[in-house]
Write a protein that binds this ligand. Structure first.
Ligand code: PRP
Length: 192
């Protein structure tokens, strides 16, 4: 019988240049973000609706939801940004829409990364038009403002990171690396 490796990270070790945010630091910050969100919504009459944009935000959403000390529900959207490669174009198409009406509800978009800001600014416009009671963004990672073609107001940001191509904790390159429990910088030769 073959030996089960301790972690999938060992398969990806050669592609990783550096771990930027380790597992423990992520868990601690997710807890802080969840507590801050709960404090903003402690008096809301109904469960918070957390919206996850597939697929990058899945890990953050599930940890965030469990760390939230107030009742919350999960909704998922899938969008496609036209344009290939490592940056988005701002033209967004809905592949999977919400399954609930968010009219009058308190909604938190739980995002993995704010890069150009095009996905989030489009999403904020789209969801605002559905008349939620409140709508805010909590993003785990944010790249420097210089990267952002549009300004997106966030209720909270987990980490400001350098302008590097990062993977792990949900973030991918060619669908790989999402399952890494940490956020890491890839070696340039892997994605260039
Ligand atoms: C990533 C990420 C954000 C978006 C941020 O999604 O999950 O949704 O890009 O980029 P922006 O600020 O430049 O718009 P991606 O399209 O790579 O899909 P994925 O989540 O399925 O990996």
């Amino acid at each position: 019988m073959s030996t089960v490796p301790e972690s999938a990270a060992s398969y990806y070790a050669d592609a990783i240049e550096e771990i930027l945010i380790d597992e423990e630091t992520l868990a601690q910050r997710v807890k802080e973000l969840a507590e801050a969100t709960a404090a903003r919504h402690a008096d809301d009459p109904e469960d918070l609706i957390l919206i996850c944009v597939l697929k990058g935000a899945v890990m953050f959403l599930t940890d965030f939801s469990r760390a939230l000390p107030i009742p919350n529900q999960m909704e998922f959207m899938a969008v496609s940004s036209y344009g290939a490669g490592t940056s988005s174009s701002g033209v967004v198409r809905i592949l999977k829409d919400l399954e609930r009406d968010i009219t009058g509800r308190d909604v938190v978009i739980v995002e993995d990364i704010l890069d150009s800001g095009l996905t989030l600014s489009w999403l904020l416009r789209n969801l605002s038009s559905r008349n939620p009671r409140s709508l805010e963004v909590v993003t785990l990672l944010r790249k420097p403002e210089a990267r952002q073609s549009v300004n997106v107001d966030c209720a909270d940001v987990g980490f400001d990171i350098p302008d590097e191509f990062v993977v792990g904790y949900g973030l991918d390159f060619n669908e790989q690396f999402r399952s890494l429990p940490f956020v890491a910088k890839l070696k340039p030769e892997v994605f260039q």
